[in-house]
Design a protein around this ligand. Sequence first.
Ligand code: F6R
Length: 243
Amino acid sequence: MKILIFENYEKMSKEATRIIAAQILRYPDSVLGLATGSTPMLTYKRLIRLCEEEIISFKKIKTFNLDEYLKIDIKNPASYHAFMEEVLFNKIDIDEKNWYIPNGNAEDIDKECILYDKKIKEMGGIDLMLLGMGSNGHIAFNEPGTSFSTRTHVVDLEENTIRDNSRFFDKLEDVPTQAITLGMRSIMESKQILFMASGANKAKAIRDAFEGPISVDVPASILQLHPNATILLDEAAAMELGR
Ligand code: F6R
């Protein structure tokens, strides 16, 4: 695990962009794992700019998102579907049939979970997985206590995750209480992990994840065992490290 600390969110995002762009340039048909949320926003903006400048192209890139709420209208701007279209897919040259997001409205949700993992396998696995982390240590929507052997599955969201994510909805009651998420095992099978966290509200979870014991109580702690993980932090998120 390589931990890199940057002065601020902008510098951290610049490095994330550099790593992703380098992957795309070297392997133009890469399979990327993508996260939603606030953390990757600037990275996506910078990738869009590189695409507009024709420095990189997503034409042959395939992407798999980590998660989606259950039973949310995909036209709802707070759905991860709408979010990804708005912040990235509509602004780059990716082929519509090459991006995948779990279908939270599937009639048979268990089947959808199996098919999602199968699709990733069919595409040769995820080459580079971009991850954020919740303030409770969750990665994707794998909440504390999730077994490290899970594949794509349905989860009940924790109260503080619902509270954290309510900023994307009109009111707290509108936040779905369940989601479909890539499992811990599916994440760990990615060939390379690019993890990002910024802000003081993540500092305690960062310390627990990367300096504490590997434990299901802190899902991100499993990344200590990944053979090719890069952890990008800004100074605020890193402030509890080494104490
Ligand atoms: C999103 C996801 C989540 C977020 C995490 C951090 O697809 O999987 O695990 O990465 O909740 O969210 P932000 O970046 O909004 O702090």
